[in-house]
Design a binder for this molecule. Sequence first.
Ligand code: ZN
Ligand code: ZN
Length: 355
Amino acid sequence: MNTPSHEYSMKAAVLVKNKVELKDIDIPKVGNNEVLVRMKACGICGSDLEKVFGKYGMKSSRIGHEPAGEIVKLGASIKDFKKGDRVFVHHHVPCYSCHFCYNDDFTMCEKYQTSNIDPCGLSEFILVPHWNLSKGGLIRLPDNIDFSQAALIEPIACCLRSLNKVDLKKAATIVIFGAGPTGLMHMILARFFGASKILLVDVNSFRLEFARKIDQQIEVINVANMQEDEFRRKSLEFLGNNGSDVSIVCTSNISAFIQSLSITRRGGIISLFGVPPKDTEVNIDLNMIYSKELKILPSYAASEKEIHQTIALMEAKIMNFEPLITHKFPLRDSNEALVHAHQAKDSMKIIITSG
Ligand SMILES: [Zn+2]
Ligand SMILES: [Zn+2]
């Protein structure tokens, strides 16, 4: 019997130069040890914007890596899941048996960086390959986490990893550069972990005001058209003369990193979280880094540990991240959603839905 070919094809976002186009591609074939998930929600990440509009240095050029959905098809050997299961899909999973994994540098594992879902998060269906399944890359969602919330799991886990690295002490003073979605996730988490003073820095007044509605105790500084010494004076007025215990750079903006060097206290920590564009060079005084004993800790992506921590935090409803979602776009409007996220005029987290 002849089956119409469209039953085998699906829509998926494909990166074409500086935009994404929705193309008809084949639905991936599901092997014995694989699972096919119907995408229900997938967040747009700053790294997606960097891939589309900027210069992204990492290996993958797939768009969308924060998907959640529903299992529609399983390979014959799959016993742990069933059709209809609501799941979070983690696109990268490490091997747990290499030198990097033994040293807990899971996101540096070769397998972590090369493993992926097929084709990407911005797609009607997503194949979870055997490798991802065998290493814990498919996780059943608790009933009280809906798909939109589940699309926040991956970015929150990334922020959690960055905060775990800086080992936030109680009563720490924190500066967050970049009031985008991950800046605000850091803000919510840092408050939960006991930060006493949080200063948020950006050039976007919509986003700074948005943040203040979520946490009325934060201080904000809009650095648009602000001289360095004025920024330093204003921030130290709030932080105290020592400066911040921890500075988190949640933007790819170089001047934010430079500013973090000047207002982080002696012995303090800088988390380099926002993805700097490829080939970014900065002129910094190494003597100053040395004499201030500044610790610069880049944090790339998240491992299963933080994914599970995040799901537990969300399930317990201790923190509410949902207000961060300002827009939902259907898959067919993916490019519009990316442009909207890139302009950042009135948006925080943007979620793509299956509709
Ligand atoms: Zn991301
Ligand atoms: Zn490994």
